[in-house]
Design a protein. Sequence first.
Length: 212
Amino acid sequence: MAHRTPVKELWCDATDETSVDFDWSEGYSDRWEVVYPDLDQWDAKQCREWLDDKGYDHDHLGRQNDNYLDGLRELVRERMYESDDYAPVMSYYYALPNLRMSAEQAQASIEDTNCVAVNVKDEYGDWETVLALAGGGMDLSWDICEAYMLLGYLPPLHFCRLPRFSGWKLTAHRAWIIAGCNRSCQVAMAHAKSSLRDLRSVRQTLKSNNAA
C-alpha cells in the first residue's frame, strides 16, 4: 500500500488545477514520453505481488538465488515495458506544479490508481511531469484526488465533488481522500474570503477617490 501523508502536511500548490487538452495520438518521444516506476526501492514482496496481479509467472527465478531480488526487479521491468498500462488514454492531463519527486518515483507512488505520470514538453520546450488518466468511461474523481494526495498535494477543488458509487463503504483509505477534499474546500473558501476583503478595500478606495 502506498504511503498516505497526513492531510495537514499536503501542499496547496494544485488546488486550482483543472484539465489541459493534449493529443496523445501523436508526437511520442518528441512531445511526450511514457514514464515507468522506479523499482530501486521495491522489495521482493512488492515485485511478486505486481507480477501475480498481472498474471506473470516468476517461480523460475528461485528464491534461494543470491540474485533473486535483482531478477524479480528485472522481470517486472521487462513486463512493464511490454504493457500499455502506463500509457495515457484520455485527451488531457493535469499539471503537477512544483513536483517534489522524480517522474519515476511519482509513477511508483500512484501505481494502484487509474492515473499515470507522463512527461510532456511545455511551451518553452522543457520536459515536465504531469498526471494523466490510464482509463475512462466513468467518473474517476476518486482516483484523481487520490493520485494528487499520494504525490503530496491537496486534491484540486475541481474534482472534490466525489461520486457516490453503489455499495462503497467508508474505509480509512476513503476517509483520507475525503479529508483531503475537505481541506481543499477550506483552502478555497479562505482564498475567496481574502478576495472579498480585497474587493471591499478596492471599492472603498475608489469611493474615497470620488470624494477627493
